[in-house]
Design a protein around this ligand. Structure first.
Ligand code: GFP
Ligand code: GFP
Length: 828
């Protein structure tokens, strides 16, 4: 391969405001077919996107050419979710064109913020896992690592949420109803994949056995590329998302034999595959479709990778593992392991051992959860129906694993074999995708120190005995470009003025800001910015919910998927306790507090929906109760998503990170909130532990049982009723929920929460942690009343969390897992 001699750095995009204006107007005319005098805001937005894309595509071409010329090793990130949010201001910031675009649009009579609001969120994910993937591809491009993200081009992303009488209503999300300006369709790179059918055993002339899969259906994968713009003129990588279509071949066959209706049905079924993103926790619905989704995207992606590889290496596989590394984002893409084996053994006719050795050098697996219900298992009979050849391959992988690894370390130990087998032998045999991922990967990582420890000690201890070096940790991170620079421009300016402008790509620089923690002028400036951000959020709250909130109150924020382990109901119980204290003592002394929630509940998750309903009903009551005298307000923001997070995070005083210890793998919202100067009320769980290490114990309010104490309590036997009977406040609150106080005329409507905590045994130890949680909040209340003390703590939070940039996570992956080299992009 040709190497470049004197690479010229691309640097940030150079373009004058006048040129930018011309480009926007030109696109208004030539791309949108409209005119400055009559263009709608949508048209202005699209024209500006087209102008931005002129710069983006330059970077894209240069990046692809440079990678090709240098024959780079690349990372391939396989993820069923990417929670991208909007790209307009993100791309402008990363190109270094935001201020210029703001001015250009201003001179054209448009307000940039209004245009930003024209964009729908790309919500192709559920929560932390999908947003992490989005942060990672931002960092990969920024750090100039050759990388490509692979996923599904869902027609409908995560549902849109609204409330009707406090209850969650779901509507389909149609983010690209009228097209999406950031994506490029690549018909030239279409792939075809197979499903269903049967496997035939045949023998060649030498008598060698061969397996032939006769698929029952062929589906076409159409790639859509979304350019991922690195910060400050670095690489422009690609996120490639597959859309499913009926294959022409199959379709016409049926059509020609007169089966028009059948042909149309085939079409619809094939297109269903990329229709919707599955909300988590919906266990039974569409199992088969979900497995097909997983297989569809990994098969398309592997074929795409191999096509690119063969362009340079033809049929020589010897370099494949040097060129290609694939990160499995959770077990969702784990079926790529037998798929690569199938391609190598059945198609490329490679020996099993050689093929397996390639696989084991190519795949790495990230575990994101220890919750047993989230560790995927597929019924063997479903696998057999959808992917008959893959099931055979999994059996063979398993046979060799048990024989050559397990039985060697633990000879004759059937119990070990039963526990480690990729196939779970119950009355309904299952394929364990976690086991498959560990066996087929060269590296397995958890997403925070404590989580990675628990992956080793609790989830896969025997696998650690087999392969001690396979396991590692990479603590999550977030991109400071989106989560500070773009979403909190005022704080960013303040930082620029005090510590320089290098921090967006070198977040450890933030530590310099600690020197100003006691400086009264900086404290005032910092808190004035927080105050303005809060006032802006108050306007958004008013618009969305019609609730008035006071920007001088403490803004106490919990934003994340709704799940029992994340314990939004613990927060609710504490709100009820405060309300009750106020009613009992009209002079109850507390700093005014606004509790803000943002969360979607998986549509099939009954208790999660009950919790949303309860919070809304309690909010209604409290917000209208004059006796509260504005000391307490409760707001559940509808349709929480990336764009709303960008408005809430800069305005937060308090960050609620209150999962049961041992349950939250890492969390990333905790990092974003601390970065923007919020003080964490949190358990010693996930990355909270590392945040506490960085910010210091006096700048975080830690409460609750530790991981070890949780284990001890479970061993001893946890009885939630003890807490109910021994703590009169807990008893009063839970009993209150059963009355019709919050749901006039309908007693018992909120009783599900009480039931889960008492009859249900309180699996997430809400009652056990309540008292310590309540005390932590009293501490926070006291801190807040001392303005200088609070400002200092807030500043020290921002200054201390440089570790949690996703750039650091990526560098950790590079050194511990991927072993990539940076590739500086050269201009043509
Ligand atoms: C990539 C895309 C192609 C596209 C070219 C053009 O090439 O679909 O036509 O870039 O820039 F995939 P590959 O490296 O994937 O072949
Ligand atoms: C999951 C885990 C989180 C973790 C993210 C990213 O996300 O603890 O931070 O993956 O690794 F649970 P969510 O449950 O937040 O979607």
């Amino acid at each position: 391969m040709k190497k470049h001699s004197a690479p010229a750095a691309t640097g940030a995009v150079q373009i004058s405001t006048e040129q930018l204006k011309d480009q926007i107007v030109r696109h208004l005319h030539a791309t949108l077919g409209t005119d400055v005098n009559k263009a709608s805001p949508k048209a202005w937005w699209r024209a500006t996107c087209a102008a931005i894309n002129e710069q983006v595509y330059d970077g894209l071409r240069n990046t692809q050419r440079t990678h090709y010329e240098n024959n780079t090793r690349a990372l391939h990130y396989f993820s069923l979710e990417y929670l991208m949010g909007r790209l307009f201001s993100n791309n402008l910031h990363n190109l270094g064109l935001y201020d210029q675009a703001k001015q250009a649009l201003g001179e054209l009579g448009m307000n940039i913020a209004d245009l930003e609001d024209q964009e729908e969120d790309m919500a192709l994910g559920n929560g932390g896992l999908g947003r992490l993937a989005a942060c990672f591809i931002d960092s990969l491009a920024t750090l100039n690592y050759p990388a490509i993200g692979y996923g599904i081009h869902y027609e409908h992303g995560l549902f849109q949420q609204s409330f009707q009488d406090g209850k969650q209503i779901e509507r389909p999300d149609s983010w690209r109803e009228y097209g999406n300006p950031w994506e490029i369709c690549r018909p030239e790179s279409v792939q075809e994949i197979s499903v269903y059918g049967y496997v035939e055993t045949v023998y060649d002339l030498q008598g060698r056995m061969k397996k032939v899969w006769h698929p029952g259906r062929i589906i076409k994968g159409v790639p859509w590329d979304i350019p991922v713009v690195g910060y400050n003129g670095s690489s422009v990588n690609v996120l490639r998302l597959w859309e499913s279509r009926a294959s022409d071949f199959f379709n016409w066959d049926v059509f020609n034999s007169g089966g028009y209706i059948d042909a149309a049905r085939e079409n619809i079924e094939a297109e269903t595959i990329s229709k919707v993103l599955y909300p988590n926790d919906e266990t039974d619905a569409g199992k088969e479709l979900r497995l097909i989704q997983q297989y569809f995207f990994v098969s398309c992606s592997l074929k795409d990778i191999i096509r690119r590889y063969k362009r340079a290496h033809a049929d020589d596989w010897s370099e494949f593992a040097k060129q290609v590394v694939i990160q499995l984002n959770d077990t969702h893409p784990a079926v790529s392991i037998p798929e690569l084996m199938r391609i190598l053994v059945d198609r490329a006719e490679m020996q099993w051992d050689q093929a397996w050795s390639i696989c084991q050098q190519v795949f790495a697996y990230t575990n994101h959860t220890l919750l047993p219900e989230a560790l995927e298992k597929w019924p063997v009979r479903l696998f057999e129906k959808v992917l008959p050849r893959h099931l055979e391959i999994i059996y063979e992988i398993n046979r060799r694993f048990l024989l050559e690894q397990v039985d060697v370390l633990w000879p004759g130990d059937d119990e070990k074999k039963r526990k480690l087998s990729i196939i779970e032998e119950n009355h309904e045999p299952m394929v364990r995708m976690g086991h498959l991922s560990v066996v087929g990967s060269f590296r397995v990582n958890g997403v925070a120190e404590i989580h990675s420890k628990l992956v080793k000690s609790d989830l896969f201890p025997e696998m650690v005995a087999l392969w001690p070096d396979k396991f590692t940790n990479v603590t999550n991170g977030v991109t400071p470009r989106r989560w500070l620079k773009a979403c909190n421009p005022k704080l960013s300016k303040l930082l620029d003025n005090h510590i320089g402008t290098a921090w967006p790509t070198d977040l450890k620089q933030l530590s310099k800001f600690a020197a100003f923690a006691d400086d009264a002028a900086v404290q005032d400036a910092f808190m004035a910015i927080k105050q303005q951000n809060k006032a802006e959020l108050a306007t958004v709250v008013k618009k969305l919910t019609n609730i008035d909130i006071d920007p001088h109150a403490i803004f106490d924020i919990q934003i994340k998927r709704l799940h029992e382990y994340k314990r939004q109901h613990l927060n609710l119980l504490h709100i009820l306790a405060l309300y009750r204290r106020i009613l009992q003592d009209p002079n109850y002394d507390m700093a005014p507090r606004v509790f803000l929630f943002g969360a979607k509940a998986a549509p099939g998750y009954k208790l999660a929906k009950d919790i949303i309903y309860a919070i809304n009903k309690v909010a209604e009551k409290i917000n209208h109760d004059k006796r509260v005298k504005n000391r307490l307000k409760v707001v559940f923001m509808p349709n929480y998503r990336v764009t709303l997070a960008e408005k809430m995070i800069p305005a937060a005083d308090v960050s609620e990170q209150i999962s049961t210890a041992g349950k939250e793998a890492s969390g990333t919202g905790n990092m974003k909130l601390a970065l923007n100067g919020a003080i964490t009320v949190g358990t010693l769980d996930g990355a909270n532990i590392e945040i506490a290490e960085e910010v210091g114990d006096e700048n975080i309010a830690i409460f609750g049982l530790t991981v070890d104490e949780v284990k001890t309590l479970h061993v001893k036997g946890y009885n939630s009723a003890d807490y109910y009977y021994n703590n009169p406040e807990i008893k009063a609150i839970l009993d209150w929920l059963e009355t019709d106080y919050f749901t006039p005329g309908k007693p018992g409507e909120l009783a599900a929460i009480k039931r889960s905590l008492l009859e249900g045994g309180d699996p997430y130890l809400v009652l056990a942690d309540f008292e310590s949680y309540s005390k932590a909040h009293e501490k926070v209340d006291h801190w807040y009343r001392d303005k200088a003390l609070w400002a200092k703590k807030a500043i020290l939070n921002t200054a201390s969390v440089g570790k949690f940039t996703s750039d650091r996570s990526i560098e950790d992956y590079v050194s511990r897992v991927w072993h990539l080299e940076k590739c500086k992009i050269t201009k043509n």
